[in-house]
Design a protein around this ligand. Structure first.
Ligand code: ATP
Ligand code: MG
Length: 762
């Protein structure tokens, strides 16, 4: 038997071997939280305290779940495939498939990803003649999702004014429409499971008894509903209570904008009567200068639970800092540095390039492409979000659940088959009159429109018939053919790439079937949990089938594949397996580690992001994000910023990020001369605060026009007739549209039109 424990330090050992009570492991980045959690699962199983089926482990991404399973298989001779290790969404999906009837869902319910959800909402507003200027679809989507994230149905939302009452009404309509179509959004997966378990006592007790150990990684980023869900699952406070083992780091809480509530950590301590709070302070990941930078930066935050990190690894190399003149130069510099790392023997996959926003990746990707360096982008446009893939998926969705109106509308006339807007309107009227899905309403439409629509239904029915009992990849192939999608793209100018992607979909299906084990026997767990299952009965006398087995017994390969398409974090399948450089946003780098890390675009407005700079709490969240970014690096860290950057079609002139002023000077090595003024010092005030834009523009316009050919740069001292002397701290736009943020000392920050304001250089 392998000794699981010999590689742990005393605190880690104590955490891994805690008695079966709820515990909180609060510790900084790289201190081994995830390792402790995984080892604890292995230890609990190895010592016979629980069977693999009695474990419920929640990870933050699908990738992390896979990683955890493979680590476990390396530690123990067990098949982890059927284990309950996954994201909240993935685990809920599995529960709802097994208990769809009790949850009030069709077995083939389908999952709306956020793009689908937005189009769904737009369609809903249109169908109900709602003015989308007054009730913007995105606002409604946010309203619905945040209500659901708090566990609230429409009837439970407190509507305090007319606008809110209307939103609540729309939320209600939205839910009814989802129900009619048999679709659920991400938040619904959780809420539905939560309601199912709250309502259904036998089922609840069954799972509470079954999951003796619930383990949660990245606990600081759970939202209110997820926390309530955990409480219910673990049976907090009742005699059946399972032990919840939560690990987290308050300094890495970076999802407040999506409803994550770091307060769940203290609530957890209280409500789960945590007697064991363990702190891990030894960092095993990063060399000294990197760790010092992270520690000193995060010390600028005021709201912290407080903990330290130390390393035995020695100082290591200094953190390299680069100021580029443009984003293109920045990208080229990264490529050069990366090339020399690779020459020195680094694996490409051990080099990560991080950025704050997805839009920043384009320039870097271009440079990598030109330099012929294989790379892999996480998080950007997901494979399953590409238009052609969405189209193919819509055909498959209709075969699985014809009442999915979104899928219907997406492909009823794609490729074109003469079904125009008028026909669709007619169909929508019929569906409304019948209270049915569009698919079901087809037979109520007459005339020419009716015939074309009926042909479409025949196409779907025919595809379903022809692919019956065929393996999933075959099925996909036939659908690509019958739908005429491939033929359609053959006639398109840029169609070759799309056809290639469609062919990739067949490969994705093949990979999925083999990974998920369709066609193989699902591993069944023995032990008290599964025997309890047969003793239980549903209200109608049928036995409860525990969602014990792996997905294959719960869903058809098609349904499972469609869920996968919506839930999967979506790596580009084509690039899988190759040694490639890793590109991703800081958010998606959470929990990961690399030998060398580049943090790029460290500019005011970008990182910290301008949307967050308004409030102190926003800046603190950005600082935590920076802490996450820094602590991804093991041996080498690069920080870069650029004077100008093209973003969303505009040239931006940025100041370097305030975070540079919060890092220990002695740990940094400036590769470029440090020329930009450090405007903010340690003050946390943003350049955008209090800038009286209208007022200063009005004053500026009264002044004489100035030659637009005058060139300005950040850091330039200027004199203004009314405000006196100041310094340019930021420039936006170019040519006659250029505007500058200028700090005029006692007059404060002004935003002036450079072609209008009467400025002199000093
Ligand atoms: P994060 O907060 O970033 O998620 P974490 O606390 O989960 O970090 P891990 O990813 O578990 O940290 O561990 C960081 C690195 O340190 C991993 O490479 C892990 O294998 C290693 N490590 C953890 N504990 C030890 C130990 N006792 N001895 C040697 N290496 C260790
Ligand atoms: Mg971790």
């Amino acid at each position: 038997m392998q000794n699981l424990l010999h590689n742990l330090n005393p605190e880690q050992l104590a955490a891994v071997t805690l008695p079966a009570q709820s515990a909180l492991i609060l510790a900084g980045a790289g201190s081994g939280k995830t390792r402790v959690l995984t080892t604890r699962i292995a230890w609990l199983i190895q010592t016979g305290q629980v069977s693999p089926g009695g474990i419920l482990a929640v990870t933050f991404t699908n990738k992390a779940a896979k990683e955890m399973m493979s680590r476990l298989s390396a530690m123990l001779p067990i098949n982890t495939r059927g284990m309950w290790i996954g994201t909240f969404h993935g685990l809920c999906n599995r529960l709802l498939r097994a208990h769809h009837r009790d949850a009030g869902l069709p077995q083939t319910f389908q999952i709306l990803d956020s793009g689908d959800q937005l189009s769904f909402i737009k369609r809903l507003l249109k169908a109900n003649n709602i003015d989308d200027e007054k009730f913007p679809p995105k606002t409604l989507m946010y309203f619905i999702n945040s209500a659901k994230d708090q566990g609230l149905r429409a009837a439970q939302v407190d509507a305090y004014d007319d606008f809110n009452r209307k939103m609540v009404g729309l939320y209600d309509l939205y839910d009814a429409q989802c129900q009619r179509e048999g679709v659920v959004d991400f938040a619904e997966l959780l809420l539905r499971t939560y309601e199912l378990l709250s309502r259904n006592q036998p089922l609840r007790e069954h799972y509470q008894e079954r999951f003796r150990h619930v383990l949660v990684d990245e606990f600081q980023d759970t939202n209110d509903l997820q926390y309530k869900w955990l409480k219910l699952m673990a049976g907090a406070g009742n005699r059946r209570a399972g032990a919840v083992f939560a690990v987290g780091d308050d300094d890495q809480s970076i999802y407040a904008f999506r409803g994550a509530n770091v307060g769940n950590m203290s609530a957890f301590e209280r409500e789960f009567e945590v007697k064991n709070l363990i702190k891990l302070e030894q960092n095993y990941r990063s060399h000294g200068h990197i760790l010092d930078s992270a520690n000193i930066l995060i010390a600028n935050n005021s709201k912290r639970l407080g903990k330290n990190l130390r390393t035995d690894a020695g100082h290591g190399e200094l953190v390299r800092v680069m100021e580029a003149s443009s984003d293109i130069q920045e990208a080229n510099w990264i490529i050069e540095e990366a090339k020399s790392l690779i020459r020195e023997g680094s694996l490409r996959s051990e080099i990560a390039i991080l950025y704050r926003s997805n839009a920043q990746s384009r320039v870097i990707e271009h440079a990598l492409f030109t330099a012929n360096i294989p790379y892999r982008v996480y998080g950007g446009q997901r494979f399953f979000e590409r238009a052609e893939i969405k189209h193919a998926i819509a055909y498959l969705q209709l075969m699985d659940n014809p009442h999915n109106d979104s899928a219907f509308l997406r492909v009823v006339n794609f490729p074109t088959r003469g079904i125009g807007a008028r026909s669709i309107e007619q169909l929508q009227d019929a569906a409304r009159a019948q209270g049915s899905s569009l698919y079901a309403a087809v037979r109520h439409v007459g005339g020419k429109a009716g015939t074309s629509l009926a042909n479409f239904v025949k196409l779907i029915e025919g595809a379903r018939f022809e692919t019956q009992n065929l393996p999933l990849p075959e099925m996909v192939k036939i659908v690509l053919d019958l739908s005429t999608l491939i033929t359609h793209y053959q006639t398109e100018k840029e169609g070759a790439d799309r056809i290639e992607n469609l062919e990739q979909l067949v490969n994705a299906a093949t990979l999925f079937v083999s990974e998920e084990g369709f066609g193989k026997e699902a591993p069944a767990f023995s032990g008290p949990a599964s025997s309890a299952a047969v003793l239980l009965e549903n209200g109608d006398g049928t036995a409860i089938i525990d969602a014990d087995a792996a997905l294959p017994t719960l869903m058809s390969p098609l349904s499972a594949f469609l869920s996968h398409a919506s839930l999967e974090a979506g790596d580009n399948q084509a690039q899988a397996g190759q040694d490639a450089m890793q590109l991703m946003t800081v958010h998606s780098a959470k929990g990961l580690e690399f030998d060398a890390v580049f943090i790029t675009g460290l500019e005011e407005g970008l990182f910290p992001h301008e949307n967050s700079a308004q409030e102190e709490s926003g800046v603190e969240e950005e600082r935590r994000l920076m802490y996450v970014a820094i602590t991804r690096a093991r041996k080498r860290l690069y920080l870069s910023f650029s004077q100008t950057r093209m973003l969303h079609g505009q040239t931006r002139y940025n100041m370097r990020s305030r975070f540079f002023d919060e890092l220990p000077e002695e740990s940094l090595k400036w590769l470029s001369p440090k020329i930009q003024p450090s405007w903010f010092g340690n003050s946390k005030k943003s350049a955008w605060d209090d800038a009286p834009i209208e007022e200063s523009n009005r004053i500026a316009q009264q002044m004489t026009r100035q030659s637009p050919s005058m060139t300005w740069r950040i850091g330039q001292g200027v004199a203004h007739p009314k405000f006196g002397e100041g310094v340019i701290v930021n420039i936006e736009g170019s040519g006659t549209n250029a505007r500058a943020h200028i700090n005029f000392g006692q007059f404060g920050m002004k935003l002036l039109d450079l072609s209008v304001a009467k400025l002199e250089k000093i």
